[in-house]
Design a binder for this molecule. Sequence first.
Ligand code: NIG
Ligand code: FE
Length: 409
Amino acid sequence: MSTLRIIHANILTPKGRKALHGKAMNELHHIPDGEITIVDGTIDYVGHVRENIDITAIDAQGRVVLPGFVDSHTHLVFGGFRPEEFMWRMRGDSYMSIMERGGGIVNTMKSTREASTEQLVEKTRHFIDIMSRMGVTTVEAKSGYGLDREAELKQLRVMAEINDDPERKVDIATTYLGAHALPPEYDGRHDEYIDFIIREMLPEVKKQNLAENCDIFCERGVFTVEQSRRLLKAAADMGYGIKIHADEIVTTGGAELSAELNALSADHLLHASDEGIKAMAHSDVVATLLPLTAFTLREPYAHGREMIDSGCAVALATDLNPGSCCSGSIPLTFALACIYMNLSVEEAITALTLNGAAAIGRAEYIGSLEPGKLGDLVMLDSDTHYTLPYYTGMNSVIMTVKRGRIVSY
Ligand code: NIG
Ligand code: FE
């Protein structure tokens, strides 16, 4: 039996096994001088420090302890990098204009098709090490840079290989995003590519048990709302959780579609309509905001404050990818959410823990510090959680615990 006990911790956590909506996002449970004990990877006790217990303990000396962060939207597995596109954008080109002239996702597709599984595993582990030091204990990762049968399955197998490692620092939640862009082989034949995904890829990925969730890039010039509805309905029928890149560059009605289909999440939402926000507020969809992407694309931030005030469940994630946002920075995500989206620090914590867990269908067993949930937590180098945005872009996490094991210190 393995036990990890932390005492004299300033414990803060959202509570529950579902996403928190609206005002509830601000209400963290607080135990100022607390204990948390994890037995065999699962939280066994959270509460006041128990006397007369003979288990060696780590003394947190009043430091903040939070649930491990859940980064619920990344494109973690990819070949190559695209720094030249970043430089073109600094010069004034738009993300979409670069994509239209053959850069963007299809550029990374080529390097991902060329990369070996071993190369991809090594690169992914490198990012995971960095993320773990910033407190991430679960990360969602999407395929979507293979865009053909073999390379999509290769990306998903990289995730499976990392998840098979008992010493892993994070759990990867797997998402099949074949509909990330139109592969050149299907030039001008969007509907046929969607048919191929529905008929061949979704059943194959399911059969090999390689992805829990299915996502699509619903955007002008990529896939339409109608194509997204068709694909996501088919995926839901096959038992996938469904997610959607919605209203990122222009308003398409992706937010409304997510509510109609009862998706796990709608992501980006920089240009979500008022009706879309209302529809999400009245559904279980988690509105997943990616402020690092708005920052790096010089786009206006999603209306996080308004979404919470309207009763939405909001999550925050990094969107780490080689194109629009080559950053997995949790500290900067906190800072941008608080400074530019006017989230309170408490709301931002809920967004990066319990609501992030709900956005990948895992709120039952991660996202809060409660008995029965996985022993995933972070300790800050501070007695206040305000350091999360206040140390702007700097890491305040000093210890990350994954399933009861100290994985970064
Ligand atoms: O979430 N918007 C679509 N997909 C990614 C960008 C992927 C890329 O540029 O490689 C995103 O921003
Ligand atoms: Fe994305």
